[in-house]
Design a protein around this ligand. Structure first.
Ligand SMILES: [Mn+2]
Length: 235
């Protein structure tokens, strides 16, 4: 049987009219047995539907901030660069993928998009809005894990990584605030920040706040996240 086709979302620079993606995502999908295809940010929702009919799994990648008006808040000064086209594309993509029962892995912003698309909300800025938070915007290389997360035992993620604590990299100033009713929290950092969510029932839908695509070469736990995702997409 051939490799499952994995649609990977792309970054979009509206000023330069450019689509971009860090190569790590593509390399991780190939190493785990998938066939990557990049999904360009497009305004046409029918294109979204056609992509979903063809791919076997969806990988939501990292990026900038999401427009807080989409969860009913005006922007705080710390809110970063927005990309309205990408927000619209990805929220539509996730809602349709959910309806189709597609397997999804959401990374960093992708984890937040999963939560927001299905009724959750976000912290616009952890440092302003949540007391006594750890350093979540690390000043170490991306391949180097800087904080720990605690994983709940009764979860897919625990079965994947097979331990209660793992070390992760951290490159986010936003995080999930209220969790979507379709998801449960499966990992926290020591300050109580939500670091992973998964769908309560049905398809494999996992969101992680860290960047396993930059850790998989040196950490079998993070490699296993991709392996398990691709395995589920094969069925
Ligand atoms: Mn973190």
């Amino acid at each position: 049987m051939g490799r499952p086709l994995i649609g990977i979302t792309t970054n979009h620079d509206d000023r330069e009219k450019e689509l971009r993606l860090r190569r790590h995502y593509v390399e991780a999908v190939i190493a785990a047995g998938g066939l990557p295809v990049l999904l360009p940010v497009v305004a046409d929702h029918e294109i979204v539907t056609e992509y979903l009919a063809r791919i076997d799994g969806l990988l939501l990648t990292g990026g900038g901030d999401i427009d807080p008006l989409l969860y009913g808040e005006d922007p705080l000064p710390e809110n970063g660069r927005l990309d309205p086209l990408r927000d619209d594309f990805e929220l539509g993509l996730v809602r349709k993928a959910f309806e189709r029962g597609l397997n999804i892995l959401g990374i960093c912003k992708g984890c937040q998009v999963l939560n927001l698309a299905l009724g959750g909300s976000l912290y616009q800025d952890l440092y302003r809005q949540k007391a006594a938070v750890l350093k979540h915007v690390q000043e170490a290389p991306r391949w180097y894990p800087t904080h720990r997360v605690r994983i709940k035992r009764n979860s897919h993620l625990y079965r994947i990584v097979q331990q209660e604590f793992i070390k992760v990299n951290s490159i986010h100033h936003q995080a999930i605030k209220e969790v979507s009713p379709f998801f449960k929290v499966v990992a926290y950092s020591a300050d109580g920040v939500i670091e992973a969510i998964e769908k309560k029932q049905g398809a494999f839908v996992l969101g992680v706040q860290w960047h396993p695509e930059s850790l998989w070469k040196s950490s079998w736990e993070n490699y296993n996240i991709f392996r398990e995702f691709i395995k589920k997409c094969r069925k």
